[in-house]
Design a protein around this ligand. Structure first.
Ligand code: PGA
Length: 256
């Protein structure tokens, strides 16, 4: 059985490097024990250097990631971070196209450039997709299909080996934990995404790309979402900043 991938997206938190160290050291220490998991922490990139050494020692089931990446190798791109820079600070994953970035103007085209540059440079790209809202007529299926297609524009089947799809319906992000998507609906969407990937890239490539769910996941709802939703992992926001609850979440998924 493949390891479940649990990604913690810290977003623009915590406010100090001292607090970042505290959260990181607790989580990384505990994550070692959960051998059925691949745990990925995505702190703000400015904190990566603090964690490089200890994450290298933590072992194979623990990795670092960045929350965004740029597609050029170097040059006059103020504020941007290249895949090579992220790799050199110990990151092996990057999130791309998070809805909070899309809301501030990031287009599918930009997302596709970032995803391809990251994957081809050796990072694993967690490409975020998800509908803004649901309509009774089911137009969100078409929306999602188009969003996946254009967020992976230019990708070849072999690029999918370094791509993960994080399905995060916007209406379920940052809500109360009771408002996370129902496991049966997660299952429906994960099947749909696999079908879209199969149509675009073929069966083998589609099978190689793990599907994660994100949106108001906590230690209480995580187990059912993974088990009944049949996703290969989770993208966790707030709960990944609470070491106690995040440990409970990891323990639950590790025990499935
Ligand atoms: P949340 O965030 O878990 O706090 O809802 C998820 C995300 O935005 O990736």
């Amino acid at each position: 059985m493949k390891k479940k991938i649990i990604v913690g997206n810290w977003k623009m938190n915590p406010e100090t490097s001292a607090r970042a160290r505290e959260i990181f050291s607790t989580i990384s220490r505990r994550a070692k024990k959960f051998k059925q998991l691949e745990v990925v922490i995505c702190p703000p990139a400015v904190y990566l250097g603090l964690f490089k050494k200890s994450s290298a020692k933590t072992g194979k089931n623990f990795s670092l990631g960045v929350q965004d990446i740029f597609w050029e190798r170097s040059g006059p791109y103020t504020g941007e971070i290249s895949p090579a820079m992220a790799l050199s600070l110990g990151a092996s994953f990057t999130i791309v196209g998070h809805s909070e970035r899309r809301a501030r103007g990031e287009t599918d085209l930009v997302v596709s450039k970032k995803a391809l540059a990251a994957a081809r440079a050796g990072l694993r790209a967690i490409v975020c997709v998800g509908e803004r809202e649901r309509d009774a007529g089911g137009a969100y299926f078409e929306f999602l299909k188009n969003q996946i297609k254009s967020s992976l524009a230019g990708a070849r089947p072999r690029d999918l080996r370094r791509v993960l799809i994080a399905y995060e319906p916007l209406w379920a992000i940052g809500k109360s934990f009771k408002e996370a998507m129902k496991p049966a609906d997660v299952y429906e969407m994960s099947l749909f995404i696999k079908k879209v990937l199969t149509d675009l890239f073929g069966k083998d490539a589609a099978l190689a790309a793990p599907i994660l769910y994100g949106g108001s996941v906590n230690f209480e709802n995580a187990g059912l979402i993974v088990k009944e939703g049949e996703v290969e992992g989770l993208l966790v926001g707030r709960e990944s900043l609470d070491p106690e609850n995040f440990t409970k979440l990891l323990r639950t998924i590790n025990g499935l």
